[in-house]
Write a protein that binds this ligand. Structure first.
Ligand code: ATP
Ligand code: MG
Length: 298
């Protein structure tokens, strides 16, 4: 079971005092790598016996680790806080199946309060090795568990921004519902990752490629952003339309490397269509098409 699923079961057993202690831990992550008991006492106003009892429970749930100098909040603890808050805000009522477990995130189906299905994405940057992350992103190297938590909260905030900007201008992308800490709640796309689509599922590859580039064009021209990680892994296909997902690394057009990032996004996409369908669309023409300086791909 993943840490989010463990957290979703555990939050039903948490008392308000447990949540108070989790919040006090969370408040301290920017100041300490290991939070002293005295700091937690001051923040929670609990006497030592009660506080230790709560910390022991949180440790048993896997939310907190104890070291010599104090306590460290770990990712499952942040999951519990995010889930508890989303439930309290009346946004979700239950966790469903896992639909994507990657290097940098865990994605689950959830049921909203109105009984609809949605998707929640928990950021997990730093879970695997830092090397893999460094190749893809430009974070500076964190030293501690608490710094990783902050990086994940920031990444979720960045994804919120990207999703909203793209959706606003009509890019086919999940509808943002809410963010809590390192978790992003969004609409569920009924589609299959392009990378997993069989050749026979895509009857008109050149049309699909054009639709993808049209979405990139809307993002570029109208929202003035570039996804920054566009590839067959971040495009879902519903049988008629492509959907662009995964925006934490989006950049604005004024980013110093914007043009290089745009070219890379387009090169990745074209390379998939070339490999799979032997499509031959010129990269320069595709770049111009996305920039809006060219009307067709021919
Ligand atoms: N809104 C959504 N609707 C349906 N499925 C989704 C949605 N968001 C994400 N997924 C599924 O979860 C997978 C991972 O999502 P996403 O690409 O956003 O995360 P990631 O951080 O790239 O994960 P990884 O580290 O594996 O690349 C997607 O490939 C897709 O299958
Ligand atoms: Mg992805």
């Amino acid at each position: 079971m993943s840490s989010a699923q463990i957290a979703s079961r555990a939050i039903k057993q948490l008392d308000p005092e447990d949540i108070d202690v989790l919040r006090a831990l969370e408040k301290s992550i920017t100041r300490f790598q290991s939070i002293p008991l005295q700091t937690l006492r001051a923040l929670t106003r609990l006497d030592e016996r009660k506080l230790l009892f709560r910390l022991q429970r949180l440790n048993a749930f896997g939310f907190v680790i104890k070291s010599q100098s104090g306590y460290t909040l770990v990712s499952a603890g942040l999951d519990a806080l995010a889930l508890q808050s989303l439930v309290k805000r009346g946004l979700i009522s239950g966790m469903g199946r896992s639909i994507g477990m990657g290097k940098e995130s865990d994605v689950f189906e959830v049921v909203t309060d109105s009984g609809e299905r949605a998707v929640i994405k928990f950021y997990r940057i730093g879970r695997i090795s830092f090397r893999a992350t460094r190749l893809k992103r430009s974070y500076s190297k964190p030293e501690t568990q608490h710094q990783w938590l902050q990086i994940n909260i920031e990444a979720a905030g960045k994804e919120e921004e990207g999703l909203l900007k793209a959706f606003d201008v009509g890019v086919r992308t999940p509808k943002f519902i809410a963010r809590d800490r390192h978790a992003v709640l969004m609409s569920e796309i009924d589609g299959v990752m392009l990378h997993l689509c069989r050749k026979e599922d895509i009857s008109k590859p050149s049309l699909l490629l054009r639709q993808i580039l049209e979405n990139a064009n809307k993002a570029y021209v109208r929202a003035k952003i570039i996804n920054g990680d566009l590839s067959e892994y971040n495009i879902l296909y519903d049988g008629e339309n492509p959907w662009i997902i995964d925006w934490p690394q989006y950049v604005s057009l004024d980013h110093p490397n914007a043009e290089e990032i745009l070219r890379r996004d387009i090169a990745n996409t074209l390379s998939y269509f070339k490999r799979k369908f032997d499509s031959r669309v010129d990269e320069i023409k595709a770049v111009e098409f996305v920039r809006g300086t060219r009307a067709t791909l021919r």
